[in-house]
Design a protein around this ligand. Sequence first.
Ligand SMILES: Cc1cc2nc3c(=O)[nH]c(=O)nc-3n(C[C@H](O)[C@H](O)[C@H](O)COP(=O)(O)O)c2cc1C
Length: 229
Amino acid sequence: MRNRYTGAMTTPAPDAPLRLKLIVGSTRAERTSDPVVRWALPLVQAHPAFTTEVLDLRDWPLPFFQEGPKTIGDPRAPSYSDPLVKRWNQTIVDGDAFVMVTPEYNHGPPAVLKNAIDSVFFSFGFRHKSVGFIGYSAGIAAGVRAVEQLNTVMLETEAVPVRTQVLIPNVAAAFDPAGKPVNPVTGFGLQIMLDDLAWLGRALRTARAQGEPPPPTARLRAAMSAPRT
Ligand SMILES: Cc1cc2nc3c(=O)[nH]c(=O)nc-3n(C[C@H](O)[C@H](O)[C@H](O)COP(=O)(O)O)c2cc1C
């Protein structure tokens, strides 16, 4: 099935692996996400339900959000304000499921990650797809407030968050010299999250293939402009 707004293929064959995109949401030079991703990525890649692509936001220097009807251009082939924004939208449209790795900055996710989510504009690339979160922080909070905010943000994109989140406190001491988590709950949590992402991701892919209702904003606009009796 094609995305009605971008023309991109949104749904591969029902038995194909789900295309999982792992988004690394921290970009600063001294970031502490690297041991988290080094541990999680092989487990994601080993899961039989997925083919995995890493989207490290360091490799995606997206401009600060500035999209609108004028930047979209031709709605059948949106150009956006920047070719990178276009490519980002196409990359997200191509995904079936997402894992977001996030630290906590001032009780929320990093601005670069929020900007990357907002930049998925008009393509509805997250719509009706499963999403899970791996949060971490330097202290005891484990990124939980960033993850809770992301849960709410992703609901607005009409993604479907899974219940189980991986939360890593004291990230500097969370992995042993072999790179394995010191706390076994971290590993069990990731497996549960991936299994739920796979189950939900398959169910949503099947549902998308059967046809999706137009986005609520489009339906509201249509309802408001229809003659009223
Ligand atoms: C701007 C900023 C704000 C932060 N705010 C919080 C916070 O609200 N809660 C928390 O637990 N840690 C906070 N921290 C600590 C980070 O969670 C911790 O340094 C984490 O390892 C940062 O991830 P990064 O190294 O991938 O950027 C903050 C760090 C920075 C740089």
